[in-house]
Design a protein. Structure first.
Lengths: 364, 346
C-alpha cells in the first residue's frame, strides 16, 4: 500500500529538483561563459597597451611577455624583494610578501600575504606590470592563477651561487634595469673570485648547516645553500636529495661535523640560545658543540639574493680566520662589515651596517 | 506529519536558493581588496543584462575573474560533499557517516596524489592526464569505503561504533601515507600537504575541469536522487525495506558508486575539506525534515552555502594571507556538531 504512494511522491518531488537543476545549470553556464570571455583577454596588461611587450624566457622555461616599460612590480619572495632593492629598483616595487623584511624599506611596501598563500586579488589590485616568483618558495598554482589573469609572472630558480648571480642579471633585464644588473653581477663575480683566491689552499671544513633547530632542518645537496657553503670553504655533512630535509641528531652524531653553522640574527640572545642548546642531550655529544665551534651567519645565507655573497664572506671569515689574517694582494677592500676574527663573535655584525651602502654602490 | 508535497519542496529549496544567492553576493563583496556595494550592484546588473563589456576593469578582474570562479567552485564542492555525506549516512545507516570521518576523502586524496605522480611517466594526452586525477581519486574513494565497510562488518551486521573506528583508522592511516609521499617524493610539482589534508579552494580550475565537475555532480547527485524514496525505507530498517520490495543491492550499488564519485570530484579539486558532509545534512534534517526526497536537494544547497561562507572567512579573517578552507569548516563544524549531539541527547 505504502510503496506506490511513496514512489509516486518521489516522482513529483523530483520535478522541482529538476527545475532547480536546470536553473542552476543555466546560471552556472552563463557565469562560466562570462568568465571565459574575460579570461581570453589579457586584462592585466590593459593599462600598458600602447607599448609592445618584450618576450623573456624565465628559469622555469616559461615564455613571459613583459609590458614595457615596467613601472610596477610585485615580488612574491623575500629574496626577489632584496634583489630588486640591490638593483636599485626598489622604487618599482609595488608590493611584497609578509616575509619581505630586508632592506627595511621593504617592510613599508603594501603586503599581499605569505609567499605560499598570497591573496591573488591583492596582487591584482596593485596593478603590477610584472610579478616575480621563485620556484622553490612559491606554488605553481599561484603562478598559474596570475598567468590566467593575463599578468606577466617571471619565475626564478637559482640552484647555485653562480646561477643566483646570472639570475639576478636576467631579472634586471626583465625589470628593465639592464645596466644595474650587469654592474651588480660583475661586482658579485669579482667578490666571489677574490674569495676563492683567498681560500685557495684551505681545506674544506665539514659543517652542519642548521636552518631550524626544532625540528632539526638542514639543507640538501641540490640547494644553493650547499653551493654557497662550498664557496665559503665548507662542506655540508648532510647529503640529502631533498631541499630542506629534516634530520636526526643521531645522524649528525655519526657524521660529527667540525662546525655547526646557524642562520639567524647575530645577537646576544641568539648566542645565549646557542649556548643553552649546546647543553641539551644529543647536542652536547657533538664535538663541535662541546668545543664551542659555532658559526652564526646572516639569514641572507638562506636567501638566494645578492646579499648571499656577504653571508658567504661572513662564514668564510669564521671558518678560515687564517686566510683572512693577511691582506690578499689582488683583493680590494672586502665589501662586508668589518668582522672580528675568532669565534664566536657576538653582535659584531648584527646590523650588517655597510651592506645597504654596498647595494647602492652596485646599482650606480 | 503532513505528507511531502511539491509545494513544500519548492518552498524549502527556494528559501535556500535565495539564501545561497545572498551569501554569494556578500562573498563577492568581501575580500582583501575592498569593493563598494554600489559598484558591485551596478556591475552585477550589467552582467545580468549581458553588457559585461561596460564593466570597470578593476571590478571585473577582482570580482568576476578571481572571486566568482572560486565561489562557483565552493558551491560545487560544498554540494558534492554534503550530498555524499547524506548518501553515506543512508548507505551505512549511520548518522555520523561522512566522507572525511570515514577516511574516504583521504583515500581520494591519496588516489589523486598517485595520479599526479604517475601522470608525467605515462605519456598521455592532456585530456587523458586531466581525467586521470579524478579517476584515481574515484578509485581511492571506492577502495576506502569498501575497506571501511568490510572492516566494520561482523556477522553480517555493521556495528555503528566499529564503523566509525574503522573510518578513523583508515583516515589516519591514509593521511600518514599522504604525509610519507609528500615528504619523500620530489614534491615540487604537487600541491602542498595542507591542500590535501585540510582542503583549499584558492587554486583556480582549468575550464575543462569545471565542466567535468558540473556534469559529474549532476549525474551522481541525480543518480542518488532516483533512490531517495528507497533510502527512506532503507533507513527505517533493512528487513522492512526488503519486504516493501526495495532492491537493496541495486540501491546500495548506486549510492555507493555515486557517493564515491561525488567525494572524488570534490577532493580532486579542493583537497579533503572536513565536516561539511557530516554537519550540513544534520542541520537540514533539523531545519526541514529527514525525508531523503527533500533532504538531498536541501543538503546540496546547504552544503554550497556552508562552503561559500567558510571560504569567504578563510579569505578574509587574516587577509591578505589565506587560510585553508578546511581549517574554517573544522573550526566552525566541530563545536556545532557538539551542540547537535547535546541537543539530540537532551
Amino acid at each position: 500500500m505504502h510503496l506506490p504512494k511513496t514512489r509516486k511522491r518521489g516522482c513529483i518531488a523530483s520535478r522541482p529538483y529538476l527545475c532547480a537543476v536546470v536553473f542552476l545549470l543555466a546560471c552556472a553556464s552563463r557565469l562560466a561563459a562570462h568568465s571565459r570571455a574575460q579570461n581570453s583577454a589579457p586584462v592585466g596588461s590593459q593599462a600598458q597597451t600602447q607599448t609592445p611587450a618584450v618576450e623573456f624566457t624565465d628559469e622555469a622555461g616559461r615564455t613571459v611577455h613583459v609590458p614595457q616599460p615596467v613601472r610596477r612590480i610585485v615580488s612574491l619572495a623575500p629574496s626577489l624583494t632584496e634583489t630588486l632593492f640591490a638593483l636599485g629598483a626598489g622604487n618599482l616595487l609595488a608590493g611584497d610578501t609578509d616575509y619581505c623584511d630586508y632592506p627595511p624599506e621593504a617592510l613599508s611596501k603594501p603586503k599581499v600575504g605569505g609567499a605560499i598563500n598570497p591573496s591573488i586579488e591583492q596582487v591584482v589590485a596593485l596593478r603590477p606590470d610584472l610579478v616575480l616568483a621563485t620556484k622553490s618558495l612559491n606554488r605553481r598554482e599561484t603562478v598559474a592563477a596570475l598567468e590566467r589573469l593575463g599578468i606577466a609572472v617571471y619565475v626564478t630558480d637559482p640552484r647555485t651561487v653562480d646561477a643566483m648571480i646570472a639570475s639576478t642579471a636576467r631579472l634586471a633585464d626583465a625589470a628593465g634595469v639592464h645596466d644595474a644588473g650587469a654592474a651588480l653581477a660583475a661586482n658579485l663575480r669579482e667578490r666571489l673570485a677574490a674569495l676563492q683566491a683567498r681560500l685557495g689552499g684551505e681545506p674544506a671544513r665539514s659543517v652542519l648547516f642548521v636552518v631550524w633547530t626544532d625540528p632539526l632542518i638542514s639543507v640538501g645537496r641540490g640547494t644553493f645553500v650547499a653551493d654557497a657553503l662550498r664557496w665559503a670553504g665548507a662542506r655540508s655533512v648532510v647529503e640529502s636529495p631533498q631541499d630542506w630535509p629534516q634530520i636526526s641528531l643521531e645522524g649528525v652524531f655519526r657524521l660529527q661535523p667540525e662546525f655547526l653553522v646557524f642562520a639567524g640574527e647575530h645577537s646576544e640572545a641568539e648566542q645565549r640560545n646557542l649556548e643553552a642548546l649546546a647543553q641539551l642531550p644529543g647536542w652536547r655529544d657533538l664535538d663541535a658543540a662541546r668545543n664551542g665551534r659555532f658559526a652564526i651567519v646572516s639569514e641572507a645565507f638562506i636567501r638566494p639574493a645578492p646579499r648571499l655573497l656577504y653571508a658567504i664572506e661572513q662564514l668564510a671569515r669564521q671558518l678560515h680566520p687564517h686566510a683572512f689574517a693577511l691582506p690578499a694582494p689582488s683583493e680590494q677592500k672586502p665589501a662586508g662589515a668589518p668582522v672580528a676574527l675568532g669565534l664566536p663573535a657576538p653582535a659584531a655584525w648584527a646590523g650588517q651596517p655597510h651592506f645597504q651602502e654596498d647595494y647602492s654602490a652596485c646599482a650606480r | 506529519m503532513r505528507p511531502l508535497t511539491l509545494k513544500r519542496v519548492l518552498w524549502d529549496c527556494g528559501i535556500l536558493l535565495a539564501l545561497l544567492f545572498l551569501v554569494v553576493i556578500v562573498s563577492l563583496k568581501l575580500g582583501a581588496v575592498p569593493v563598494s556595494m554600489y559598484g558591485l550592484g551596478r556591475d552585477l546588473i550589467r552582467v545580468a543584462l549581458g553588457r559585461s563589456s561596460e564593466l570597470s576593469s578593476e571590478y571585473r578582474l577582482i570580482v568576476f575573474d578571481i572571486r566568482l570562479p572560486r565561489i562557483l567552485l565552493g558551491i560545487f564542492v560544498g554540494a558534492s560533499l554534503s550530498v555524499a555525506g547524506a548518501s553515506f549516512q543512508a548507505l551505512l545507516r549511520n548518522p555520523l557517516a561522512d566522507p572525511y570521518v570515514l577516511g574516504v576523502s583521504s583515500g581520494s586524496a591519496l588516489g589523486a596524489i598517485l595520479a599526479l605522480v604517475a601522470a608525467p611517466h605515462l605519456h598521455l594526452s592532456s585530456l587523458a592526464s586531466a581525467l586521470l586525477t579524478p579517476l584515481f581519486a574515484f578509485l581511492g574513494a571506492m577502495a576506502t569505503i569498501a575497506a571501511v565497510y568490510f572492516l566494520a562488518r561482523r556477522e553480517g551486521q555493521i556495528d555503528s561504533g566499529t564503523l566509525l573506528l574503522a573510518g578513523i583508522i583508515s583516515a589516519s592511516f591514509l593521511s600518514a601515507v599522504i604525509m610519507f609521499l609528500m615528504t619523500t617524493l620530489p614534491g615540487r610539482d604537487l600541491r602542498g600537504m595542507a591542500f590535501w589534508l585540510m582542503g583549499d579552494l584558492s587554486t583556480p580550475l582549468p575550464a575543462s575541469y569545471r565542466w567535468l565537475l558540473a556534469v559529474g555532480f549532476f549525474a551522481a547527485a541525480g543518480a542518488v536522487y532516483t533512490t531517495a524514496a528507497d533510502l527512506n525505507l532503507l533507513l527505517a530498517g533493512e528487513q522492512e525495506a526488503i519486504h516493501l520490495g526495495v532492491d537493496i543491492t541495486r540501491v546500495r550499488l548506486v549510492v555507493y558508486v555515486a557517493a564515491s564519485l561525488l567525494t572524488a570530484l570534490a577532493v580532486s579539486v579542493s583537497g579533503a575539506i572536513g565536516y561539511v558532509g557530516l554537519l550540513v545534512p544534520h542541520v537540514m534534517r533539523l531545519l526541514f525534515r529527514s525525508d531523503y526526497r527533500l533532504l538531498l536537494p536541501t543538503a546540496a544547497l546547504g552544503g554550497a552555502i556552508a562552503v561559500v561562507i567558510a571560504d569567504t572567512l578563510a579569505r578574509t579573517v587574516v587577509a591578505p594571507t589565506e587560510l585553508p578552507v578546511g581549517a574554517m569548516t573544522a573550526m566552525a563544524g566541530a563545536p556545532l556538531f557538539v551542540y547537535l549531539l547535546r541537543r539530540r541527547l537532551a
